[in-house]
Design a protein around this ligand. Structure first.
Ligand code: TYM
Length: 346
């Protein structure tokens, strides 16, 4: 039996990176799973608190994110769709795991390092200054490990940027398993979860193809949102940074901008990348951008329309969230009862 779990932060509408890097796999796994497999998808409200949030906006984004999960085609009858903050076990297990996690492991996370790099000492600009960052930014990957282990997940469909967090989850699980191993116990308590990749596990920024497409980049033209209209998609793609090399080739190292567009086109049109490259070989850059824009629009149209409809159905969304939290809560409580016994706090 497989247990699939993944999560997304309720900080604004998902972009093409979230969608092609992770969420398309969530829907695919729903279609390809066997009946005994369990699938859980969660909106991670606790994680959003690592950065300052406006409470009113967060409340809206949290509901919108649930609507998005349904809009991309997830079926709440098949998958458990829930708000992380409505299931108690997440924070409890996170605390227990944080007491088993060396701080050194957390300081090694690239997400922490990049936060640190932007936090300079006021007196000496060349010194990075930890004292300005909240502890949640450091311990956030432990909460993510708790999200996964609480359901004893075996498969985690995420984008490339979560690889390090998933390795940490396995390290923490392994550490727990060894620390609390019972005599005569046949299997390790927590399974070590496997990452599930999409063929497009890293979508790049349209404005800076040396970095990933991200929700927090200041230039809104660097990302395409699932709610963008056809003209917005056209405009953003027209201004995408490429290069001055003639013709179209797939060369992620030397031509990251063009290659990113080809990757997006291949994912949207569900064509192998070689076929896309062959077909577009003699295109100009502008022609390629128009074709990518059309393909993106074609792909997002249905989820966008469904999202606009669903986000207004507050009663229905609340019902889905309530049922999801109940189902997730039952599974979580089962694990927590076992964990409390194992650690001596039953
Ligand atoms: P978040 O909310 O930043 O992103 C959600 C998912 O989108 C993927 N992603 C991308 N994939 C490809 N290219 C990109 N440019 C790109 N940008 C984002 C992410 O890899 C992710 O899969 N910590 C997580 C949320 C989380 C979680 C979990 C995930 C919390 N608990 C448990 C899995 C399991 C995060 O901040 O994702």
């Amino acid at each position: 039996k497989r247990v699939v779990l993944s999560g997304i932060q309720p900080t604004g509408v998902p972009h093409l990176g979230n969608y092609l890097g992770a969420m398309t796999n969530w829907v695919r796994l729903e279609r390809t799973s066997s009946p005994q497999d369990e699938l859980l998808y969660t909106v991670v409200g606790w994680h959003a608190l690592t950065l300052p949030q406006d409470p009113k906006a967060l409340m809206e984004s949290r509901i919108d994110m649930l609507a998005t999960l349904l809009a991309i085609g997830l079926d709440p009858k098949r998958s458990v769709i829930f708000h992380q903050d409505q299931v108690r076990g997440h924070t409890e297990l996170a605390w227990i795991l944080s007491c088993l996690t060396p701080v050194g492991w957390l300081r090694r996370m690239t997400t922490w390092k990049s936060r640190l790099a932007t936090s300079r000492n006021a007196n000496d600009e060349s010194e990075v200054d930890e004292s300005l960052l909240n502890a949640g930014l450091l311990t956030y990957p432990v909460l993510q490990a708790a999200d996964i282990l609480l359901y004893k997940a075996t498969h985690v469909p995420v984008g490339d940027d979560q690889t390090q967090h998933l390795q940490l989850t396995r390290d923490i699980a392994d550490h727990f398993n060894r620390t609390f191993k019972q005599p005569h116990q046949k299997h390790p308590y927590f399974p070590l979860p496997t990452q599930v990749d999409t063929p497009t596990k890293r979508i790049l920024s349209l404005k800076d193809p040396s970095s990933k497409m991200s929700k927090s980049a200041p230039d809104i033209k660097s990302r395409i949102l699932l709610t963008d209209t056809a003209p917005q998609i056209q405009t953003k793609l027209r201004s995408a940074v490429t290069d001055s090399i003639h013709g179209i080739t797939f060369d992620p190292v030397n031509r990251p901008g063009i290659s990113n567009l080809l990757t997006i086109l291949s994912a949207c049109s569900e064509e192998p990348i070689e076929q896309v490259v062959e077909r577009c070989r003699d295109y100009g850059h502008a022609q390629l951008k128009t074709e990518v824009a059309d393909a993106v629009e074609e792909m997002v149209r249905e989820p966008r329309e469904k999202f606009e409809r669903l986000r207004k159905e507050r009663g229905y969304l609340e019902q889905v969230a309530k049922e999801g939290a109940e189902k997730a809560g039952e599974k979580a409580e089962k694990t927590m009862n076992e964990v409390r016994k194992l650690i001596g706090l039953a």
